[in-house]
Design a protein around this ligand. Structure first.
Ligand SMILES: [Zn+2]
Length: 87
């Protein structure tokens, strides 16, 4: 049992992990969790879709384009590489 195999297993698990999807509430302009967990592949496949999200900030329901959402922890990584067109 080597430490390396444990480490790589943890790494693989993280890279395929479902992450909380975030959106920006149009009323409060604050970031909020959409109550959905997803991964990059799912998000990319649904890029042109619209989500109906119950907003925990203002209590309303928003129609949010998937391209206006982002995965927690992913935004800074993406911005480091290239600008992300939001909206
Ligand atoms: Zn809201």
């Amino acid at each position: 049992m080597g430490g390396d195999s444990v480490r790589s297993r943890l790494f693989n698990r993280w890279s395929h992990a479902m992450r909380p999807l975030l959106f920006t509430c149009p009323k409060t302009k604050q970031q909020a969790p959409a109550g959905i967990e997803t991964d990059f592949e799912t998000l990319r496949a649904a890029w042109s879709e619209t989500l109906k999200v119950s907003c925990p900030l203002c209590g309303g329901v928003h129609n949010i384009s998937v391209r206006e959402t982002y995965i927690y922890g992913a935004l800074n990584d993406a911005l480091d590489r290239h600008p992300v067109p939001l909206g």
